[in-house]
Design a protein around this ligand. Structure first.
Ligand code: PEP
Ligand code: MG
Length: 557
């Protein structure tokens, strides 16, 4: 019998397939010694065998993979072959008579700690060593290796949540859909799924009851997971795969009012995808993603190289570079403290510059150098700005380095309400609706239980967007949106009606958003904005707006 699980639909699309669950983490083996009948040499040889098996498996996967996964898998395979690890683990078996799995665990832990103490590029390898450790231990003990399952057939990935490290090996050609019990609509899993175009439902109650091999039908728009779907429903999902709509590179409403449609990027691969999708430029370059996992600050020259790689893709076009947004969901050990009781309300984003002014200064130096070396029109903005004084100081720091266009993200309700004062200090603003929603609704964006609150359709959030835009309009300053709200084709006309002048989104969303805007007059946008803000609830706002936009149904959105 069919039954349906419900969650938050975060990446649209209808897909059906067999479930593959993410294996649980490999547990730390207990410290035991070899049994009396076991020869130490044989036990040590079993480690060599396991290492070779892991290495062969990773190399084979790298050969089949595409994109960033190739690099990650090749690197992990090379790490598995590291003779230091094998030698030390074998020594522990021979001299201390430690069981092989425990010997590998301890040897890898020592190696990872030594790498961490060296800092720099070496410290970054510590996580790879721990990953390899778990793979070798899994091979020795007959457990499933950690990470995204490697299956021949495409599958629906079911997990508690995905870590940033898992996502590097997520292959859109094989992962039909993602279903998680955790995460919220603006969690990193959701953002990543959308950028890869993989339908996804997060915060699904009962997701972890799904079993390997069972067929489900995932609806990433409605937020449902149907168990034992009918053959007819499966056929519908297989035939109706979403057609990617192209974008002609010029966003506008039906009556020709220009709305710049830009892309959110985090690395050169995403920049290339944005160019291919016709993006008019970049509305959010999340620079911290170039350096996640780093334990120390990248040097200026290294930063210049990373930024240039993205800027080079957009000669003559706008690229909004966001300075490090460290803290809370994006910890960076060299600027954020790990003992804050409430990190989302703590020293994050621009606030880290108070404690580490040099880090911001060096980043701005690097952006200025990258900007001078490339032809992109570089705009710079700071995340998590709450007051006009913070905006003023940031703009001054940009000016000192010759960065002519500086702005702020509006993610804190105080900044949205005070936007006339904030925008008096800077050239532009970009609304981060992911955090603005989190702070307006007092709902952690990563918390699955709060997914119903965490939607930019909340009329209170839309009122804040309207207030931010009104403040910008007083000074003739552009105010864009670069949160996930911008990629919702039914919400885009509402945002435009509230006064938003540009929308920045996952490149895949550009075609749909452009098509809906092109069919909607600016008067209708204004009317839709009024309807949404005057609605009592998020669901009522969405339903009322969708009812006034028949084009959504015509376009299958
Ligand atoms: C936002 O908060 O909406 C935003 C775009 O920034 P991030 O998701 O990186 O916090
Ligand atoms: Mg944010």
């Amino acid at each position: 019998m069919t039954s349906t699980l419900h969650g938050a639909g975060v990446s649209p699309g209808l897909r059906s397939g067999a479930v593959a669950t993410m294996p649980p983490p490999v547990p730390e083996p207990t410290r035991t010694t070899l049994g009396p009948g076991t020869a130490a040499d044989d036990a040590a040889a079993s480690i060599t065998e396991a290492v070779h098996a892991v290495q062969a498996d990773l190399s084979a996967r790298a050969a089949r993979a595409t994109g960033t996964a190739v690099e990650v898998l090749t690197m992990t395979a090379a790490m598995a072959a590291d003779p230091t690890l094998l030698k030390e683990a074998a020594r522990k078996v021979r001299e201390e008579l430690t069981v092989p799995a425990r010997a590998v665990w301890e040897a890898a832990d020592d190696l990872a700690r030594r790498l961490e103490s060296l800092g720099g590029v070496m410290a970054e390898r510590a996580d790879d060593v721990r990953d390899v450790r778990e793979r070798i231990v899994a091979a020795l003990t007959g457990q499933q290796p950690p990470g995204v399952p490697d299956l021949e057939q495409p599958f629906v990935l079911v997990a508690a949540d995905l870590a940033p490290a898992d996502t590097a090996t997520l292959d859109p050609a094989r992962v039909l859909a993602i279903v998680t019990s955790g995460g919220g609509p603006t969690s990193h899993t959701a953002i990543l799924a959308r950028s890869l175009g993989i339908p996804a439902v997060v915060a699904v109650r009962g997701a972890l009851d799904l079993v390997d091999g069972e067929v489900v039908l995932v609806d990433g728009r409605e937020g449902t997971v149907e168990r034992t779907p009918s053959a007819e429903a499966v056929a519908r999902a297989q035939s109706g795969s979403h057609v990617e709509r192209s974008f002609d590179g010029r966003g506008r409403t039906a009556d020709g009012v220009r709305v710049q449609l830009l892309a959110n990027v985090a690395d050169p691969a995403a920049a290339a995808a944005a160019v291919a999708a016709g993006a008019e430029g970049v509305g959010l370059f999340r620079t911290e993603f170039c350096f996640l996992g780093r334990t120390d600050e990248p040097g200026v020259a290294e930063q210049v190289t990373a930024y240039r790689a993205v800027l080079a893709a957009f000669p003559g076009r706008k690229v909004v570079v966001r300075t490090l947004d460290a803290g809370a969901d994006k910890p960076l050990p060299y600027v954020t403290a790990d003992d804050e009781p409430n990190p989302a309300l703590g020293v994050r984003g621009l606030r880290t510059a108070v404690r580490h002014p040099g880090v911001l200064g060096r980043q701005l130096d690097a952006i200025a150098r990258a900007s001078a070396a490339e032809d992109a029109e570089v705009w710079v903005m700071a995340p998590m700005v709450a007051t006009p004084d913070e905006a003023r100081d940031f703009a001054a720091a940009c000016r000192e380095r010759g960065l002519a266009t500086s702005g702020v993200m509006i993610e804190v309700p105080a900044a949205a309400l005070q936007s006339r004062w904030v925008l008096a200090q800077v050239d532009f603003a970009s609304i981060g609706t992911n955090d603005l929603t989190q702070y307006a609704m007092a709902a952690d964006r990563e918390a699955a239980d709060l997914a119903a609150l965490s939607t930019p359709w909340q009329p209170a959030v839309l009122s804040l967007v309207g207030s931010a835009c009104a403040g910008g309009a007083e000074h003739g300053r552009p105010v864009g949106v670069c949160g996930e709200a911008a990629s919702d084709p039914s919400l885009a006309p509402v945002l435009v009606g509230l006064g938003v002048t540009s929308l920045s989104m996952a490149p895949r969303a550009l075609g749909d958003v452009a098509a809906v805007l092109a069919a909607t007059s600016s008067d209708l946008c204004t009317e839709l904005a009024q309807i949404a803000v005057a609605s009592p609830t998020a669901a009522a706002a969405r339903a009322a707006v969708r009812a006034r936009l028949p084009v959504l149904e015509e376009l299958g959105l």
